[in-house]
Design a protein around this ligand. Structure first.
Ligand code: GLA
Length: 731
C-alpha cells in the first residue's frame, strides 16, 4: 500500500515512487503535518517539531501546564479557527449558537484502495494501469460535533497526491460554512519563492516569481470563473530552483469558479499554503446531517526543477483527468471563421472560405459566433439558439451537409451560459439571469449571465443544446463564455442561501456538461472563455482542449503558451495561425513562424482562406504535413522550455521529446535581432547522453551529451524567423 499507518509512532505516511508525505497524530489527537518532499524511509519525522514556550502563542486547555504545545506554532494538516492558531484558517463556520470556533481532533482514519470521487465535481480518476490508494481522516469538533473529513488519494507511480475535504454537520443546529480550504500545507521553513500565473484578456498566464515575505500573499478569482487574471495553479520552490534543478511543489485546483490561494509566512519563518474556493461571496448553509464537498487539489513535488514537475502534471492530466477519448486521438485541423469574417457573413461567403480551405489541407470548418438569433453584433441574440436564416439561408443541417460535401467536418460555436437583453429568451424569462431585485445589472460585452444555480435554467439549456447537437452533423463544439459574473443573486432562493450561488452555478454547469458532453462522446468539445479565461483542470475533465487565448500574435503567443505549459498538457492547448498584420497587435511575422508557434499545441487556422496566396496555401499544406508527422511527439512527449520570455532577449525555444528519448523536435524563434551578433548556442534537453543523433536536413551525427552540454549553434535568422530541428537517434 502506498499509504501506511504506523501504530507505534502514530504516523500516517503517503508514499509515491519518489516522494513521502507524513502526518502525525499528536498527543491530544491533533493532526500535525511533519513532512512532504523527497522520498524517505518510515521514520517518525515529528522530531522536527521543537516544542518551545512561545509568548502569545496559546495552548489547548488539555495541555494544562505545558506551555510548549501550541497550535499557533505546530504545523497543522487542517487548521482550526478561533482555538489558538492565529494563522489563516482552513475553515470558518458560524455555529448554531453564533460562535465561530472549530477545533478538529482525529476521530478515526481509514485506508482503502482506489480513488475517491466527489459528488457533482470533477476529479482525477484511476485507470486500470494505476495503483491508487485513498486515506480518509475524520476530524471532529468535540463541542459542536461538526465533522471534517480529509481525503487523500495517492497515484503512486505518477508522484501525485490529491486532496479534498468534506464538511458534515453532525451538530443539532443549522450551521453556515463561510470558508473551506481544500488543501492546507504547512512547511517548517519559509525559504521559498512563490510562483503564480497572472494575466489579462489576450495576455494570459505570465509567470510571476517572488520570494515569500512576512504576512499573507495570495492570488484569487472572484469573477465566477477561474479567470484570465489568475490561474488556479501555483508553485512553491527554493530560491535556486530552475527548470532542471531544485525542489518545487505544485498545487493545481480542480475548479472553474472563484478560488483563492493564500501563502502565509509566519512569525517563526514557517509557511502555510491554503487553496480552496474563494471565501468572498461564499456562505453555505448546512442543516443537521448535511454535507459539503469541497473541490480537489492536485499536488506534486519534484527535486529536479520545473521540467519534471511539468511532466508529472502533463502525464496525470492527459491520462487521469481528460475523460474524452479525443485526449488519445489526433485532432482534426480546424479553420475557424472568427478572424476570417467576424459577424459579417452569409452561407455563400462561408462556403467559399471552406472550399479554399480544402486546398490548405484543413479538415474541419468551424462556424464561430453570429450564426443564430439576431446576432449581427455582440449587442443582441445570445440565448436564441435558432439558426439565423437570413445569414445561413439553407439552415444549419444543410449548411453542415455542404461543408461535409467539400470533404470537411463541421463544427459550431455556442455561448450557452449567457443572454442578451435583446433576445427572445430574455424577454420570456427575465428571471433566469443574474440580477438583483431593484438594481440595474452590470453589463459585460453587453450581455448578462444566466443563473445556472436554477434547475429550470440548466434543464432548458440541456434540452436546447442537445437539440442543436442532434439537429445537424456537428462534430466539434466551441463552448464560449465572454463575461464574468456580477449581480450574483438568485430570484428563486431565500436570504439564507444567497451565499451559495457562485458555487451552485458551477455545480449547475458541471451537471449540464454531464448531460450534454458525456451524452455526445463523439463530438469534440473545445473550451473557451474569451480565449483562456477558464483554462483550468476542472474544464479538462469535460473538454479535451481549450482555445488558449484570443491573442493569435505569434510573439505574444509564445509567452502565453510558455506560462500555460507549466501545468496544462500540450495536447489540450488549441493554437491557430492567423493573418498579418495580426488583428490583436498589428505585428507582422513570417507565415512559417506562425505555424511553428501554433504547432506548440493543437494546430489550426483562423483566417480568410480566400485571401491567401498560392505560396501561403502551400506553406499551410507543409505545416499540416509536418504537424501530423510530429503529432505523437508533440501530443504525448515530454515538454521542455528551453528559454524564458522575460530573461531570453534574443530568441525563444522549446522542445518535445519522445518518452523513449530517441526523437525530439526543437523549435526556435528569433525575437530580437541585432547586427553582427555574437554566436549563441541552444542546449537541447532530455536526450540519452550516450546515444548518437542526427538532425533532419543536416550532415553528421552528434552524441546526446554534446547536444545537451555544448548545444547547437543558434542559426543566423532574421527577426521573427524560426526553425524546427527534428532530431532522431541513429542506430
Ligand atoms: C470570444 C472567443 C473568440 C470568438 C468570440 C466570438 O472572444 O474567444 O474566439 O469566438 O468570442 O464572439
Amino acid at each position: 500500500m502506498a499509504i501506511r499507518y504506523l501504530e507505534n509512532s502514530k504516523t500516517l505516511i503517503l508514499e509515491t515512487a519518489h516522494t513521502t508525505y507524513q502526518m502525525k497524530i499528536s498527543k491530544y489527537d491533533y493532526l500535525l503535518h511533519t513532512y512532504y518532499g523527497e522520498k524517505l524511509s518510515d521514520e517518525d519525522l515529528s522530531y522536527l517539531i521543537q516544542p518551545k514556550d512561545r509568548g502569545f502563542s496559546p495552548n489547548p486547555y488539555e495541555a494544562e501546564y505545558d506551555r510548549t504545545f501550541s497550535l499557533d506554532v505546530f504545523p497543522q494538516e487542517f487548521s482550526s479557527d478561533g482555538c489558538g492558531d492565529f494563522r489563516k484558517p482552513s475553515i470558518e463556520i458560524k455555529n448554531g449558537d453564533g460562535s465561530t470556533a472549530f477545533l478538529g481532533k482525529v476521530k478515526k482514519h481509514h485506508i482503502r484502495s482506489g480513488k475517491y470521487s466527489l459528488p457533482g465535481l470533477p476529479a482525477l480518476f484511476a485507470t486500470d494501469n494505476d495503483t491508487v490508494d485513498t486515506l480518509e481522516i475524520t476530524l471532529q469538533d468535540e463541542a459542536t460535533k461538526v465533522i471534517v473529513v480529509l481525503l487523500y488519494s495517492v497515484f503512486e507511480e505518477k508522484d501525485i497526491i490529491t486532496r479534498a475535504v468534506k464538511v458534515i454537520n453532525q451538530s443539532d443546529q443549522t450551521i453556515y460554512l463561510n470558508r473551506i480550504m481544500s488543501t492546507t500545507l504547512d512547511f517548517m521553513e519559509s525559504d521559498y519563492d512563490f510562483i503564480h500565473f497572472a494575466g489579462r484578456h489576450t495576455m494570459e498566464r505570465n509567470l510571476i516569481r517572488t520570494p515569500l515575505r512576512y504576512g499573507v500573499q495570495s492570488i484569487e478569482s472572484s469573477r465566477g470563473a477561474s479567470s484570465h487574471q489568475h490561474n488556479p495553479f501555483v508553485i512553491l520552490c527554493r530560491p535556486e530552483t530552475d527548470e532542471d534543478h531544485g525542489d518545487c511543489y505544485g498545487f493545481s485546483f480542480v475548479y472553474s469558479g472563484n478560488f483563492r490561494c493564500e501563502i502565509e509566512k509566519d512569525q517563526f519563518d514557517q509557511t502555510r499554503l491554503l487553496f480552496g474556493i474563494n471565501p468572498r461571496g461564499f456562505s453555505y448553509q448546512l442543516k443537521t446531517g448535511e454535507c459539503f464537498d469541497a473541490p480537489e487539489t492536485v499536488l506534486t513535488y519534484s527535486n529536479q526543477g520545473f521540467a519534471k514537475l511539468t511532466h508529472q502534471y502533463h502525464d496525470i492530466y492527459r491520462n487521469n483527468l481528460c475523460r474524452s477519448h479525443f485526449s488519445h486521438l489526433e485532432r482534426p485541423i480546424v479553420i475557424n471563421s472568427w478572424e476570417a469574417a467576424y459577424f459579417d457573413f452569409d452561407d455563400e461567403k462561408l462556403l467559399h472560405i471552406a472550399k479554399e480551405a480544402v486546398d490548405m489541407g484543413v479538415e474541419m470548418f468551424v462556424l464561430d459566433d453570429g450564426w443564430f438569433g439576431k446576432r449581427d453584433s455582440d449587442f443582441s441574440g445570445l440565448g436564441d439558439w435558432e439558426t439565423n436564416t437570413s445569414k445561413i439561408k439553407r439552415g444549419l443541417p444543410d449548411f453542415a451537409k455542404e461543408i461535409n460535401k467539400l470533404g470537411l467536418k463541421f463544427g459550431l460555436w455556442v455561448e450557452p451560459e449567457m443572454v442578451s437583453e435583446d433576445s427572445n429568451l430574455y424577454r420570456t424569462h427575465p428571471e433566469w439571469c443574474m440580477k438583483i431585485k431593484g438594481r440595474a445589472p452590470v453589463r459585460g460585452r453587453y450581455q448578462l449571465v444566466l443563473d445556472l444555480s436554477q434547475k429550470a435554467v440548466c434543464d432548458y439549456l440541456i434540452n436546447t443544446l442537445n437539440h442543436i447537437l442532434d439537429s445537424a452533423n456537428i462534430e466539434y463544439i466551441k463552448w464560449d463564455l465572454n463575461r464574468n459574473m456580477t449581480d450574483v443573486w438568485s430570484s428563486v432562493v431565500d436570504f439564507e442561501h444567497q451565499g451559495e450561488i457562485y458555487h451552485r452555478y458551477m455545480l449547475g454547469l458541471y451537471y449540464i456538461f454531464d448531460q450534454v458532453i458525456l451524452t455526445h462522446p463523439d463530438i469534440l468539445f473545445c473550451g473557451c472563455a474569451g480565449g483562456g479565461g477558464r483554462y483550468d483542470p476542472a474544464m479538462l475533465y469535460y473538454y479535451p482542449q481549450v482555445w488558449c487565448s484570443d491573442n493569435t500574435d505569434a510573439v505574444n503567443r509564445m509567452s502565453i503558451q510558455y506560462g500555460t505549459s507549466f501545468v496544462y498538457p500540450i495536447n489540450t492547448l488549441e493554437s491557430h495561425v492567423s493573418i498579418c498584420p495580426n488583428h490583436q497587435t498589428g505585428r507582422t511575422t513570417p507565415f512559417d513562424t506562425r505555424g511553428t508557434v501554433a504547432m506548440d499545441g493543437i494546430l489550426g487556422y483562423e483566417l480568410d482562406s480566400t485571401k491567401l496566396t498560392a505560396e501561403e496555401k502551400y506553406l499551410c499544406r507543409e505545416q499540416i504535413a509536418s504537424y501530423k508527422k510530429y503529432y505523437d511527439l508533440i501530443a504525448y512527449g515530454d515538454y521542455y522550455r528551453l528559454t524564458d520570455p522575460v530573461k531570453s532577449k534574443k530568441y525563444m525555444a522549446w522542445q518535445h521529446v519522445s518518452k523513449d528519448q530517441k526523437t525530439a523536435l526543437v523549435s526556435i524563434v528569433i525575437t530580437n535581432k541585432e547586427s553582427n551578433e555574437p554566436q549563441k548556442y541552444v542546449r537541447i534537453k532530455g536526450l540519452l547522453p550516450n546515444q548518437f543523433y542526427s538532425i533532419k536536413g543536416q550532415d553528421g551525427v552528434y552524441s546526446g551529451r554534446a547536444l545537451m552540454k555544448a548545444g547547437i549553434p543558434l542559426p543566423d535568422l532574421g527577426e521573427y524567423e524560426s526553425v524546427q530541428y527534428y532530431i532522431t537517434a541513429v542506430s
